[in-house]
Unconditional design. Structure first.
Length: 346
């Protein structure tokens, strides 16, 4: 097991039903190199003044290995450094930081999070949430994102669904910074899955579970090391074994929110196959949850029809031919004709 014990979810933190993530910002990655020396003379507040989301990759001591930002600004003047992240955190926030950091590094919690108000030079007082999660190579990720909108809402409304949405959006945005290709893929497969579910007669009140499960379907990849997650080519056998752990990692991470248990069948089981040859549990036939069986069509189709570093995108005709050929092997044969008709005839 990657994590050793559960973490608690503060249901007093509220959010909104709007789960969309802005798509008009560019991504930047910063790694130390000879031409990009490890110099860092500005604090966290200066960085957050120029970005929307920020993700650090740290070693087990808290030293910066790299950082990634979702931003419209130019961050080339910020450099990764051998400094501890704690030294960039404002003094009044440091105790919270150290407590959360120690929870994750000593194995007492599967992840840790806290909120803090930071005074930024240009933006002024802004609420941020800090989320720590270990990766499988013994490093850590620290995701920092602006939760001002959620804090404002929490002053006017108190309900559990908004807290759930805040948790889901935070993990989704963190994953987008780990793997930039996931954002558009997730948006497409969620829409396609919901369309297929409606064609199959799934009741409308179940759509929230499908949407949430789709948005979280690859969330376990946030704990996969970068050299595997971002590899520009096929994985080795050992690397593939690590990658195949991401469905159960997702279950562990999100187990702190019992209200989304129904949605979590998608992250857990979307790589299962009708003939039992899938992973992580080798489920077969109708033992695979219906939502996961439906989602698998959209997930595979979108993967086949998207460019990858090691292959060109397939045509719609070729992708649909593959799905038809895999009827009864990879896919539920009762759903195959419905999916093909949906994409062929609208």
């Amino acid at each position: 097991m990657l994590f050793s014990s559960s973490a608690s979810l503060d249901m007093d933190s509220q959010g909104s039903e709007g789960m969309g993530v802005q798509s008009d910002m560019e991504f930047q990655i910063f790694l130390p190199s000879a031409s990009n020396p490890p110099v860092f003379n500005l604090g966290l507040a200066n960085m957050l003044d120029e970005v929307e989301d920020l993700l650090f990759v740290m070693d087990s001591q808290g030293r910066v290995l790299s950082f990634k930002a979702r931003t419209g600004a130019n961050l080339s003047h910020f450099k990764p450094s051998s400094l501890m992240v704690r030294d960039m955190v404002p003094a009044r926030t440091r105790l919270k930081y150290e407590h959360a950091f120690s929870q994750v590094t000593n194995g007492s919690s599967r992840f840790a999070m806290f909120e803090a108000m930071l005074a930024l030079p240009e933006k002024g007082a802004v609420w941020y949430e800090f989320r720590f999660l270990p990766t499988m190579d013994r490093n850590l990720t620290l995701f920092i994102w602006n939760v001002n909108g959620y804090k404002a809402l929490s002053n006017t409304i108190a309900n559990i669904p908004t807290s759930i949405n805040k948790m889901i959006e935070g993990w989704s945005r963190a994953l987008y910074l780990r793997d930039f290709e996931t954002e558009d893929h997730t948006r497409r497969v969620v829409a396609m899955t919901m369309q297929l579910a409606r064609r199959l007669g799934v009741p409308e009140h179940e759509m929230i579970h499908i949407r949430r499960g789709g948005e979280l379907h690859d969330i376990g990849k946030i704990a996969i090391p970068d050299d595997i997650l971002l590899k520009k080519g096929p994985l080795t056998k050992d690397e593939w074994a690590i990658m195949q752990q991401h469905p159960m990692i997702a279950v562990e991470i999100m187990s702190v929110i019992p209200q989304i248990e129904r949605a979590m069948v998608i992250p857990r089981s979307h790589h299962e196959k009708w003939d039992g040859s899938g992973y992580p549990e080798g489920l077969k036939g109708e033992s695979i949850p219906l939502f996961a069986r439906i989602f698998a069509f959209a997930d595979v189709y979108d993967a086949l029809t998207s460019d990858r570093p090691y292959r060109r995108a397939w045509s719609r005709t070729d992708a649909l031919a593959y799905i038809l050929n895999e009827s009864g092997r990879r896919f539920d044969p009762s759903i195959v004709p419905v999916f093909i008709d949906m994409l062929s005839n609208g």
